[in-house]
Write a protein that binds this ligand. Sequence first.
Ligand SMILES: [Zn+2]
Ligand SMILES: [Zn+2]
Length: 165
Amino acid sequence: MVAFGHTAAGTIVGVITYQYLGSGDLTTGLLAAGITGVASHYIGDSMPHGHFFKSSEFRDKILLILAVDVIVPVIFLLGTAFYTQKSYIEILYIIFGISGAQLPDVLDSLIKLGVIKSNKFFDNEMRFHHWTHWHGTGDKALMFSFGDIWQILLFVLAVLVLIKS
Ligand SMILES: [Zn+2]
Ligand SMILES: [Zn+2]
């Protein structure tokens, strides 16, 4: 999925894990939100989806993508959480859900940019990550098109979950 799709899924994960675990131990709850967020990434990637750029354009477009696809949607959803007067604990759950949901792509990006070195664990993660992306990876990845309306609807759903919960 594009980053805003993962952010939307992570937000919904944060709200739901908070509803189930919010009254219990904070560390356990945040860990659960983070891990479920990571799981939501692989599930999201396994649905055929388009992207805003080809993997060969990654280096040229990374800053634009970071701003438009990552930072703006994250600020918008966290802003909605503040605006709808979620507790600080629930907002922490949402932040952990979003962070988990972004983690596989963040890892992928940092390795591609050479910021961190790959190792056996990361290699295996990358293989699994690309396997969930069965509909095409690298330069064969699908481009964002009308069929990606569901990624936008998922974002709308995240906003509704925040407003209605
Ligand atoms: Zn993808
Ligand atoms: Zn991914």
